[in-house]
Design a binder for this molecule. Sequence first.
Ligand code: SAM
Length: 291
Amino acid sequence: QTIDIANPTRTQAILNEYGLRAKKKFGQNFLTDLNVLHNIVEAAEITAEDYVIEIGPGIGALTEQLARSAKKVLAFEIDSQMVEVLADTLKPYDNVKVIENDVLKVDLGTVISEEFGDNAHVKIVANLPYYITTPILIQLLRANINWDNIVVMMQREVADRLNAVVGTKSYGVLTLTIQYFAQATLAIKVPASSFNPSPNVDSAVVKLTPLKPTTVVDDVGKLFGVIKGGFSHRRKSLWNNMLQTYGKDARTKEQLTVALKSAQIDPAIRAERLNLEQFTQLYLALCDQNL
Ligand code: SAM
């Protein structure tokens, strides 16, 4: 009778055996609540046909549950000490591959083609390292990959940003990225006591499902360049942020003025007051001005 990795006693025993402590710099908080893990796997609707990507397997608590339900699991772990532990803890599962790397440095599209085949569909599941939740989400959404759903644990405060209302403090680049690519729903609220060690914040599992953008743009990178530029100094006006992005010479000022006018946007406004549709209009108007 094997005991699940997520069992609190076994988790502590594994850490002791390897003389390890959770590393703050890598956002390590290990899930020790089997119920939460089962709910995550259920929310992701993992079946025996599924290819799954996991980010940050740690000692393998979630990986193990995924391996039992999925066809194959590919996990990215930055911490070489964890990779050593995983070689032991995941030995019973022959459908798991761990890649030692910083997930933010991985070209996910290429790795997925290599491991699962061209255009393979994936489900992405993770108990995210909280210090890089936003860059990871933006990377996942902007990468050119076919994902069926993304089910990820994050800090509750970040979860609130995903569906933030225009004009509020939580509204920003992450909100707009989600709006363009996905529908976000809160799947599970998770107390700090479900982890070893307990994080100092509340957590939530969010489920993202893909969304066809209402207005498809030719150059998504450029659209998000416009958005990022607009938010570069939150307290400054859109006009000031745009001058900083595009330049302050007379010709550029003229082009920006025309673009803002044609998009019907007041230059004195702040980016946080603009919705995705308005940013899209601004992007199109800037393209017309060759900016
Ligand atoms: N999945 C495990 C669990 O649920 O118990 C561990 C989750 S822990 C919150 C986050 C994991 O992400 C850690 O194992 C950490 O080492 C790993 N990690 C941190 N930064 C990473 C990065 N840039 N790339 C890949 N893994 C990373």
